[in-house]
Ligand binder design. Sequence first.
Ligand SMILES: Cc1cc2nc3c(=O)[nH]c(=O)nc-3n(C[C@H](O)[C@H](O)[C@H](O)COP(=O)(O)O)c2cc1C
Length: 310
Amino acid sequence: MKKKLLIIILLSVTIFIIAGCNNKETKNNKNREENKTKSNTAVIYFSATGTTKSIAEKIAKESNSDIIEIIPKEKYTSSDLNYNSDCRANREQNDSKSRPEIKNNINVDKYDTIYLGYPIWWGTNPKIILTFLDTYDLGSKTIIPFCTSGSSGIEKSVKDLRDYKPDLNIKDGKRFVANTPNQYIEEFIEENNIKEVVSSMKVIINDKEYTLNLESNLAAQKLVELAPLEITMAELNGNEKYKYLNTAFPVKQTKPGKIEKGDVMLYENGCIVIFYKSFNTSLSYTKIGHIDDLPDLGDKDVVVKFRRDK
Ligand SMILES: Cc1cc2nc3c(=O)[nH]c(=O)nc-3n(C[C@H](O)[C@H](O)[C@H](O)COP(=O)(O)O)c2cc1C
C-alpha cells in the first residue's frame, strides 16, 4: 500500500514538472514569436512602375519590417511618366513648389527607423517624397533612403533631402537595381543595424599589449563580438601571423596593393592575419584594422588575445 502511494506521489510530481516545463516552453515560444512580429522599423516607399516596390518588399522581408506604400492621390499613368515629353512627372520635378498629394494616411508613430524608398526622377527624389516629409513628424526617427534608377546614384537625392529637412537624421542610403540579389539587401540591412560601433580594441601578443584601431565595417565589429578571444597564430613568410577561425565573417574585400606593418586583415572569410612587415601584394583582403607600433614578431607562432577596450 505504502509502495503504491509512493508511486502515485512520484508520478504526480513528474507530471507536474513536465507540465511546468511545457508551459515555460510555450511561453518562450510565444515571446520569441512576439519579438519576431513586433517591429519598430517600417519600409515606406513610393513606386510608379513597381521596381522600387519589389526592392521595398525584399527589404521588409529581410529586416522583418512593416511595409507601407505612399500612394499618390492621382495615380501616375504611363503618359504622366513619359519623360521625353512635357509629362506630369517632368512638370512636377521642374516646379519647386509642387507637392503631389498622398492618398493614404500613414501611421509613422510606432516606428523609430524608416527605410524610405523612391525611384530617381531627373537625378533626384520625386516631389511626392517631399510631401511625405512635410506631412509627418519624423524628427526623432532614423531615415535610411533607398532608390532604384536607370543609372543615376542616390547621392544627389540624399543631399537634396538633407538640404530640404536639415533637422532630420537621414543616412547615406543605397541604390538598387531591379534584380538585386538578396545578399546585397542583407548587407544593406546589416550595415544599418550596427547599433554600437566600437572603434578600437586591445590586442595582447606574447603578453605585450597593443591598441588595434578598427575599421568601421561589419568584419571589424564581428571580431569585437568574438572577444575575448585567445588564439595561437602561425608564422608565414617572415611577414605575417595567421589563424583560420571557425567563424564566417562578413567580407568587403579590396585589393590594398600594399600591406602596411601593423595591418590586421581578414583573408577569405575566416582567416585573421596580422602583418608585421610592409610589402606589396596582389591579394584581396577585408581590412579589420591597424596596430600602431607593432614590432617584428619573429619567426615563431604567437599567442594572441583580443580584448574589448572596456
Ligand atoms: C520622370 C522620370 C525621370 C527619370 N529620371 C531618371 C534619372 O534621372 N536617372 C535614372 O537613372 N533613371 C531615371 N528614371 C528611371 C527610373 O528611376 C527607374 O525606372 C526606376 O527604377 C523606376 O522605379 P519605379 O518602378 O519604382 O517607379 C526616370 C523615370 C521617370 C519616369
